[in-house]
Design a protein around this ligand. Structure first.
Ligand SMILES: Cc1cc2nc3c(=O)[nH]c(=O)nc-3n(C[C@H](O)[C@H](O)[C@H](O)COP(=O)(O)OP(=O)(O)OC[C@H]3O[C@@H](n4cnc5c(N)ncnc54)[C@H](O)[C@@H]3O)c2cc1C
Length: 316
């Protein structure tokens, strides 16, 4: 999909920070997915902006990804340049103008776990709902990642975006439409970073860490461990009314059901796991089967929380 000129141009601005025909199985927690036309790792924001402008000019489609922990790439791969921001945008900044409500700015490539840790070490609370969620700040903002304790959108003060026209814009919380596992209307923008509205509630770093340990232990009890397969966390969104997706899948008797190398986790029914040799097609076939069974049994249509992208593999 990328001609010689495009490849040369990409190599020119990214040097070793570009790989062509790169298997996405190496960059997603499901460990499946065909090749991206190119995987680009810009070294800083200026290069990212040049890259995005050049791709637009050349009409080469692209998408930003974080750690690929909520991404299912089909076996035919992505006819796109995938831009990974973990090298370029990886700093955390504090502003203590108001001691009780410090502002923390985290760039999109920062790991959510690093942000949570940093807040705790500084005696700042508010990020507890994100404990244990893998991936980056960019992915968490885009997905409005969260748990039973809340969602990332709840503690956002503002988000900086690279807009489709190449401008950088900062938008306040009031201008943003965070929804359940999504940030509506900003799908074609690259998240550059976010400022979080957190608080000091008098708890010491030690007390905050103790609470964090409890939250993480509770999470571990309910989730399949990674030694038993690769996943993207919960596969389906919880329906707006009624029981959660996992309970519906469990009641439909689907725990442990397999298609090829994909299996409904026997431990948490809303996790589809790659037991080792799954293709994306196996995971998708299992997804269809779960949706059909749950619809037949309970009249409820489950929709995926995981982002499904890419091309089907064409039979040879
Ligand atoms: C074991 C496990 C447990 C999980 N538990 C939870 C949980 O408790 N709660 C929860 O909400 N999620 C959970 N997840 C899902 C996932 O970790 C979150 O959705 C996470 O926020 C995704 O971050 P990421 O960096 O990996 O994003 P990716 O998977 O790389 O990307 C997800 C989407 O965001 C887009 N995106 C990524 N970065 C950017 C950016 N900078 N700008 C624009 N778009 C971007 C991508 O294009 C894609 O559409 C879990 C996943 C796993 C594997």
């Amino acid at each position: 999909m990328l001609d010689r000129d495009a490849r040369r141009w990409l190599r020119g601005i990214l040097g070793d920070g570009v790989a062509f025909d790169e298997p996405m199985a190496r960059h997603t927690s499901f460990r499946v997915g065909g090749p991206a036309a190119a995987l680009a790792r810009p070294g800083d924001q200026a290069i990212l902006e040049r890259l995005a402008a050049g791709l637009r000019e050349r009409r080469i489609p692209f998408m930003a990804v974080g750690d690929g922990t909520n991404l299912l790439v089909r076996d035919g791969g992505l006819r796109k340049v995938v831009i990974v921001l973990t090298n370029a945008l990886n700093t955390i900044r504090y502003s203590h103008e108001n001691e009780d409500q410090p502002r923390i700015g985290a760039m999109a490539g920062v790991r959510l776990a690093a942000l949570c840790r940093s807040a705790l070490e500084n005696g700042i609370s508010g990020m507890e709902m994100a404990l244990g969620i893998p991936g980056t700040v960019g992915g968490a903002v885009r997905m409005n990642a969260g748990t039973g304790l809340g969602a990332v959108g709840d503690v956002i003060r503002s988000v900086a975006f690279l807009l489709p026209d190449g401008r950088v814009a900062e938008m306040g919380r009031d201008e943003l439409d965070f929804r359940y596992r999504g940030l509506h209307g900003m799908e074609s923008c690259v998240v550059l970073g976010a400022v979080f509205r957190l608080k000091r509630n008098g708890a010491s770093p030690g007390e905050l860490k103790e609470r964090a340990r409890e939250i993480l232990a509770e999470r571990r009890r309910g989730q399949p461990d990674h030694g038993r397969g690769w996943s993207a966390g919960c596969f389906f969104k919880n329906p707006p009314d009624g029981p959660p997706a996992g309970a519906l899948i469990d009641r439909a008797g689907l725990k442990g059901v397999r298609v090829g190398g994909a299996m409904v986790s026997p431990r948490h029914a809303n996790f589809i796991v790659n037991t080792g040799d799954a293709a994306a097609a196996d995971i998708l076939a299992l997804k269809d089967r779960i949706q059909e069974t749950v619809r037949e049994r309970f009249g409820i249509r489950l929709s995926p929380e995981v982002e499904i992208v890419g091309e089907k593999r064409h039979p040879v």
